[in-house]
Design a protein around this ligand. Structure first.
Ligand code: APR
Length: 252
């Protein structure tokens, strides 16, 4: 399908392609917007989940106080379509850029596993993942696809309640993800930011630290974000799939 782009978008796409080709340690930083074209709603903005649901359902204290109630919404939002969403052209483009040696890793705020499904190998899940669950009593881990969600809350063999392995509000960032992201951020010379409002800390500090260290910032988002007028060097106001398709056409 023909992608309609204007002269300014075309120039920015060419500039982005050149930056990617000439970078030494490029990484991608993604948010919910990269998965919207895979049918997964974003959290904020038009059609965002937080317009429909109270974001407090992801408060850690609320989960511990009443896991049964919390699990009803968690299942509805994150697991009822779990596994049905497929990677889109943007996820696939990032996986190809990794194969071409043009990006070193993806740091994602997303918990949908779509980067891995697209073939990306070095993915840092800064907010954890939907794909596994952990017992809050004994710490045993389970793959989500094998957990029966007909009875809520799901239980561990020890009798404890299972919690999805993604980061709830009031919960810390997984230590490995935090450490690995910081290492990459210190070394990167280019960040491709795709589909994030840049409003949630500490994730949104990562591109800012890189920019302060001199890294160039490419941003893909149909709407401006907290990054656009502060750290973004090349802003492409297109959907992720269209922008990454055009960038790949300019690289190949
Ligand atoms: N292509 C690119 N960007 C898009 C697209 C698209 N097709 N559709 C929407 N967007 C953009 C929106 O303009 C918005 O800026 O994606 C962004 C989605 O923003 P959020 O929903 O706030 O998602 P994100 O920034 O990833 O949220 C960060 O907040 O609730 C927590 O833990 C949750 O990881 C999440 C964090």
């Amino acid at each position: 399908m023909e992608i309609i782009i204007n002269e300014k978008q075309k120039a920015n796409i060419q500039q982005a392609a050149n930056l990617i080709k000439n970078s030494k340690q490029a990484i991608a930083f993604t948010g919910a917007g990269i998965s919207v074209e895979s049918g997964i709603p974003s959290f904020r903005g038009e059609g965002g989940l937080w317009n429909k649901y109270d974001s407090n359902i992801l408060s850690l204290s609320r989960f511990y106080n009443n896991p049964a109630t919390a699990w009803i919404k968690i299942k509805e939002i994150f697991y009822d379509f779990f596994g049905k969403a497929k990677p889109n052209a943007a996820h696939i483009a990032l996986a190809n850029l990794e194969k071409m040696g043009l990006i070193k890793a993806v740091i994602t705020q997303n918990i949908d596993n779509l980067h891995q499904d697209a073939g990306s190998k070095n993915v840092i899940e800064f907010h954890g993942t939907c794909s596994s669950m952990v017992c809050i009593q004994c710490g045993k881990k389970y793959e989500s696809k094998y957990v029966d969600l007909k009875q809520l809350p799901p239980h561990c063999s020890c009798g404890g309640v299972l919690k999805p392995n993604f980061v709830f509000f009031e919960e810390g960032i997984p230590s490995d993800a935090y450490k690995n992201s910081q290492n990459l951020i210190q070394k990167t010379d280019l960040i491709i930011i795709i589909g994030t409002t840049g409003e949630v800390m500490p994730a949104a500090y990562l591109p800012q630290i890189a920019s302060n260290n001199g890294a160039k910032i490419i941003e893909i988002n149909p709407q401006k974000s907290a990054f656009t007028n502060s750290i973004t060097d090349v802003y492409i106001d297109l959907k992720a799939g269209d922008a990454m398709t055009e960038i790949m056409n300019n690289i190949n």
